[in-house]
Design a protein around this ligand. Structure first.
Ligand code: GLU
Length: 461
């Protein structure tokens, strides 16, 4: 049984790099009929406020990545971590280290002075035939993991291929602080073990942690999961994404009017591909996804492509759902869709023209409220002559036996012929007068939706 997990540390928001990690873990589990676990790594008590935990849960809910187990909270598992630390101590895989801060600093300074890489010199590590110093009474010890002294730690990374690290590169890691609280790498190991995680899919900023985690898993006697480290997502300039510069939080994307399925579709394409397919559903993604097809190198965010994709998803989305999604935006603009045509019908007409939900809401605006045209549009399209002409066209509209896009359309040709004008000389002034803008979809369909009384009221001024 495949079991994957997403294990974010709450930082105040759900990062889109995290969403992509979650997406790939989720897809892998779904593809193999496995289980996807959510684990909140909230041991950093300063950052892990209830609000920042909520930001993650809300973000997961918004993108729609459903988890089968969890959320599990590391802060609720301290007793378990302590139990395993004790097991490691009892089995001789870990030991107390009483080196004080000052001692460690002095050690570091000496090593640096000798031009060596600073590292713990294993002074408290028990070894056969070695006499340890007497534990000082006034120092609360840390617990260190007894890392193997030689050999290599190797794994076949599902994304990056074979990775080997020499044990001589690895220190005896602190697994419990002086107050007994477990450290980050240790909690991850115990959790992945207890939660029976078979595939650890995570960002490649964790590659350095993996050999340490593997050594601890081996010492515990736990099975090793498959590791797959995903490359970073860079911004358009090829830089690491930063909250200051880039839209990194899921909420930023929601605010920009991005559909969750478009975000997931785009994130799936960042560093993974299925031929030339750009637009696809999550069902297709799950069917196609293989870890081996994930690119080992970083990928760049391309905003134009992303917005294009969002536009495709808006076109494909159900109009009633879109109506619900833009309702708060309309309300914020003081527009009540109850005072006018059916919003889903309006959306059906205008959605081809937009790339995001904010633009969609803006595009619906003139169906519900009369808008003042810009001075430029007035000057360009509404001369005295064309205003008079609009008056004559309003009479024909008023006389129509039925009010449909087709019947309105049928008026255009004869009217233009009678007036000796081209279609544009009717359509543009009509748009500006009724909609307040010259940019609208097919004007007969627009008028049909706005309704005869309102159209005539707007035309007659
Ligand atoms: N909590 C870590 C993070 O947010 C992820 C740890 C892991 O996936 O092993 O970066």
């Amino acid at each position: 049984m495949i079991r994957t997990r997403f294990a974010p540390s709450p930082t105040g928001y759900l990062h889109i790099g995290g969403v992509r990690t979650a997406l790939f873990s989720w897809a892998y589990a779904r593809k193999h009929g496995g289980v996807f676990v959510l684990r909140i790594e909230d041991t950093d008590l300063e950052r892990s406020t209830p609000e920042s935990v909520k930001a993650i849960l809300d973000g997961m809910h918004w993108v729609g990545l459903d988890y089968d187990e969890g959320p599990f909270y590391q802060t609720e598992r301290f007793d378990r971590y302590k139990e395993v630390i004790q097991q490691l101590l009892d089995a001789g895989h870990a030991y107390y280290c009483y080196a004080s801060k000052e001692e460690l600093e002095a050690m570091r300074a000496e090593q640096e002075a000798r031009g060596e890489k600073p590292r713990y010199d294993r002074r408290w590590r028990p070894e056969e035939g070695k006499t340890l110093p007497t534990p000082p009474a006034d120092v609360q010890p840390v617990v260190r993991f007894k890392n193997p002294l030689d050999g290599v730690v190797a794994w076949d990374d599902a994304v990056k291929g074979r990775i080997e690290i020499s044990n001589t590169e690895l220190d005896d890691l602190i697994i419990a602080r002086p107050d007994g609280s477990p450290t980050y790498n240790f909690c991850v190991v115990v959790d992945d073990w207890d939660m029976n995680i078979t595939h650890v899919i995570r960002g490649d900023d964790h590659v350095n942690n993996t050999p340490r985690q593997i050594n601890i898993l081996k010492a515990i006697g736990a099975p090793l999961p498959v590791y797959g480290h995903l490359p970073m997502i860079l911004n358009e300039d090829g830089q690491k994404m930063s909250k200051r510069r880039d839209a990194v939080s899921v909420v930023d994307y929601a605010d920009k009017g991005i559909l969750p399925e478009a975000l997931l579709n785009y994130l799936a394409r960042l560093g993974w591909g299925h031929g030339d397919d750009e637009f696809f559903t999550m069902e297709q993604f799950v069917e196609w996804f293989e870890l081996k097809d994930v690119s080992p190198s970083a990928s760049r965010f391309n905003n134009e492509k992303f917005l294009w994709l969002n536009a495709q998803h808006i076109k494909a989305a159900d109009n009633l759902r879109l109506a619900q999604l833009i309702a708060p935006r309309l309300a914020a603009a003081n527009i009540d869709p109850a005072n006018g045509p059916c919003l889903a019908d309006v959306i059906a007409l205008v959605k081809e023209r937009v790339q995001d939900l904010n633009a969609l809401a803006a595009e619906c605006d003139y169906f519900y409220a009369r808008r003042t045209p810009s001075a430029a549009d007035l000057e360009k399209h509404l001369s005295d002559e064309s205003r008079e002409r609009m008056g004559r066209f309003a009479e024909r509209l008023a006389a129509l036996p039925e009010w449909t896009a087709e019947s309105i359309h049928a008026l255009f040709k004869p009217f233009c012929a009678d007036e000796g004008i081209k279609m544009g000389q009717l359509g543009m002034p009509l748009r500006v007068l009724v909609c307040g803008t010259a940019q609208t979809p097919s004007v007969d369909a627009v008028l049909a939706l706005i309704g005869r009384d309102e159209v005539l009221a707007r035309m007659r001024g």
